[in-house]
Design a protein around this ligand. Sequence first.
Ligand code: MG
Length: 157
Amino acid sequence: MSTRIGFGVDSHRLEAARRLVIGGVEIEHDYGLIGHSDADVLIHAVIDAVLGAAGLGDIGQHFPDTDERYRDADSFVLLAATGEIVYSAGFGIVNIDSTVCCEQPKLAPHRDAMRLRIATALAIDADAVNVKFTTGEEIGFVGRGEGIAAFAIALLS
Ligand code: MG
């Protein structure tokens, strides 16, 4: 079995009175992420990791933020479309690992729901998706609560 690894990173700004959607899960919070789509920072990082492993470009190439079709897009749908792209190209997904860098709110209670949502979008087992969390220790844009960042890697066969 030949395998290929891919990496993805994303960040979005937090603003009051926006929905907070991370890993396909809507989380109750006073602040949410700003973006052309639903700004799901974790799913965006996962999409770039999966596309990267397949050598098929990046999220901006497949789902451009200049395209009105993707305004307020549900990133879960974009992730499912990404799965179709790489499966059509003959790849399978072995596993995905990820880290969300977020000061507030605490995301750990949502970990299993995020794993399941990502796995469902990609039609893989939840066991093949890991989601980790870290804070910014009150420094940098994450630590000051100005935004949330996410990193992901994907292994494809
Ligand atoms: Mg993004």
